[in-house]
Ligand binder design. Sequence first.
Ligand SMILES: Cc1ncc(C[n+]2csc(CCOP(=O)(O)OP(=O)(O)O)c2C)c(N)n1
Ligand SMILES: [Mg+2]
Length: 248
Amino acid sequence: MVTLEEYNSTEKPTWCPGCADYTILTTIKKTLTELNIESHNAVLVSGVGCFAKLPYWIKTNGFVGLHGRSLPVAQGIKLANEDLTVIAFGGDGDGYSEGGNHFIHACRRNVNITYVVHNNGVFGLTTGQYSSTSTMGTKSKSSPRGSIEVSFNPIAVALASGATFIARVYVGNPSHCVDIMKKAVQHNGFAFVDIIQPCITFGKNHEYYKDKIYIVDEKYDWSDKSTAFLKALESDTGKIPCGIIYKK
Ligand SMILES: Cc1ncc(C[n+]2csc(CCOP(=O)(O)OP(=O)(O)O)c2C)c(N)n1
Ligand SMILES: [Mg+2]
């Protein structure tokens, strides 16, 4: 029986106190433990950003690579050894901007890995520039008068690109994060989980998300792609649906 201790690193994270990345770290540890995956059989792959430090602080195999390039590395690892549980990480900057092209093609390719994107709507590590998922009008260091760009919709892009498991969770609901993450890791194919998180130092706080986040109800049919597209587009209007949005 695998225990959480097996994954505990002796190194202490250097994220800002109160950062949502701590919750995601715990989510990953719980997911691997509850699925009884031994640490020598897991590999965590990331790129560049605050989020990308996650593999430093969990005692398992890790690969921290180039900006926006966790997916090609993760797919290569899985193809070389299909017995490994491979989880790739991205940030909204890293995965949707720098690595956007890899994201689209990983969705199409459907290699059996999990892709987790820490979506805090800001470039955190470089201290607070607006990102592709910042909402229009977001004021930041690089958009002092407010961003004029339409924000990137990762759920709609994943749907259009053929991903077979698409989900979104909010870091403010940790048990839901673990529940969905376990389903993502168990999915046989490319599983994508967008994690909405505040950046309490440079971005939005929990208060901002409070009335926007909701979990899709039990009647929601995640097997129907047209329904899933409508759900995905809701986030352009201010509401942020969470849960499994599409699964094939
Ligand atoms: C090729 C390259 N371009 C730009 C940078 C600068 N850079 C470092 S982290 C980062 C963005 C990180 O933002 P995100 O992926 O959202 O992660 P977060 O820090 O918010 O967790 C950028 C642009 C870099 N290190 N390498
Ligand atoms: Mg970010």
